[in-house]
Design a protein around this ligand. Structure first.
Ligand SMILES: Nc1nc2c(c(=O)[nH]1)N[C@H]1C(S)=C(S)[C@@H](COP(=O)(O)OP(=O)(O)OC[C@H]3O[C@@H](n4cnc5c(N)ncnc54)[C@H](O)[C@@H]3O)O[C@H]1N2
Ligand code: MOO
Length: 391
């Protein structure tokens, strides 16, 4: 068996491998851009706002009052100019401010009588200047930025109809194991497949599109090789089970037969250490295979440890880094290995979860993420540790 590699080092290696096989860029309409990653910087097409825009309902006035009413401008109209001192134009919030305006008077602070408006405009400016939020052609977000609903709204406001993003990764899921049932109750040596229902949702939450799911796949080498070959249309194949070297663990021999090259093969992390990432090259294409261990919690540890940075690299996103949390109770270390310990959040405190055996999902189902306890250390109450949120 291969010597386990340091957990942080493993994450760096898979991120770099993903980055070196970054997916091509595609142009998508704004309505399809959520969850993708910018392949080119987001630049505003116009000044934002594009024209001086009233922040209030009231009167655009020129020079000193009282002002004679010269017209009205609503949002959506091109404002005529206020050409004479002592004139006013009724103005709506969002309307273009007429050229010549010296102040805008709030409607509730004005009086109107016999075609004349009077009142005292506030000293603060009641409109937004062109370019106040962004200048035309200004770079607002760099390539590699994740696309969020807020960023899509900004792009629309900036005059964009489409965004250049990296192509959505196509993922495949292959579930290995003759003991697995896809319906009914466990018994007589058979158990329910808990990962077939779990992984597609996680992969989609991570921005991938799950295009191919097969399982349970028979525990023979030929069945493993064929299943992987049939999944090679995907950019990323996630497999579950068979990562060890038991009598019917066929993943490593299947990878050898397919000419795969390991990026990472076993990681010094508990649970989940037999996790791996390999690259299969077919012509110009690189297809990654993430081998997730069969124990269900271990598979999710492998997902957050390796699949998250791999997908980040493949889509050109920044390298994911854990952020710190403060533990409310002690969390043991795991000697030479990094310990990914399930924790659940209560207000601003994180408590270790219970029912956290690697074969269990009970603790995970109620947890918010994993505390990262580095090798040769332990998590202490009121001390900070790194944290990885569950997708
Ligand atoms: N001699 C050793 N044996 C094992 C070691 C070890 O160090 N020496 N490590 C254990 C650890 S740790 C893990 S993790 C597992 C990894 O095993 P595999 O990836 O080869 O997975 P399997 O053997 O196929 O299954 C392990 C376990 O998980 C159950 N399983 C598998 N798939 C599913 C699924 N989709 N849903 C629910 N449960 C699943 C399977 O029935 C087994 O109980 O190896 C240990 N062995
Ligand atoms: O490391 Mo295993 O993955 O403990 O369950």
């Amino acid at each position: 068996m291969s010597h386990p590699i340091d957990w942080r080092e493993a994450r760096k290696l898979v991120y770099a491998a993903g980055r070196s096989a970054q997916l091509p860029k595609v142009v998508v309409p704004l309505s399809e851009a959520d969850g993708r990653v910018l392949a080119e910087p987001l630049r505003s097409r116009t000044h934002l706002p594009a024209f001086p825009t009233s922040s209030i309902d009231g009167w655009a006035v020129r020079a000193a009052g009282p002002w004679r009413i010269a017209g009205r401008v609503l949002a959506g109209q091109e404002a005529p100019a206020l050409n004479e001192d002592g004139t006013a134009m009724e103005i709506a919030t969002g309307a273009m401010v007429p050229a010549g305006t010296t102040a805008i008077l709030r409607v509730e602070e004005s009086t109107e009588r016999d075609g004349l408006v009077s009142g005292e405009p506030r000293s603060t400016k009641e409109w937004r200047e062109p370019g106040e939020e962004a200048q035309a052609q200004e770079e607002l977000f760099a390539a590699g930025t994740p696309v969020t609903p807020g960023l899509i709204g900004l792009a629309a406001a900036c005059g964009l109809d489409e965004l250049s993003v990296t192509r959505q990764p196509r993922a495949a899921l292959l579930v290995f194991g003759d003991e697995l049932l896809t319906e009914g109750q466990a018994g007589a040596g058979r158990i329910r497949d808990a990962l077939g229902p779990v992984m597609p949702s996680y992969l989609e939450r991570l921005g991938a599109q799950c295009v191919h799911r097969v399982g349970p796949i028979e525990d023979t080498l030929d069945a493993h090789v064929s299943a992987i070959e049939e999944a090679l249309e995907a950019d990323l194949i996630c497999t579950t089970g068979g990562t060890m070297h038991g009598p019917v663990d066929h993943l490593h021999p299947a990878l050898a037969r397919l000419g795969a090259k390991y990026v990472v093969n076993t990681v010094a992390v508990r649970p989940g250490f037999p996790m791996l990432v390999a690259a299969i090259t077919r012509g110009e294409r690189t297809v990654f295979l993430a081998g997730l261990p069969g124990n269900p919690q271990s598979a999710v540890v492998a997902l957050v440890s390796l699949v998250v940075p791999l997908l980040a690299g493949m889509t050109g996103a920044d390298e994911p880094t854990p952020h710190p949390i403060t533990l409310a109770a002690p969390v043991p270390g795991r000697g030479d290995y990094t310990h990914l310990a399930l924790v659940r959040r209560q207000h601003d405190s994180w408590f270790p979860a219970v029912h956290v055996g690697s074969s269990m999902l009970r603790g995970l189902a109620g947890a918010s993420g994993f505390a990262v306890i580095p090798p040769h250390s332990q998590g202490l109450p009121d001390h900070q540790v790194d944290y990885l949120e569950l997708p």
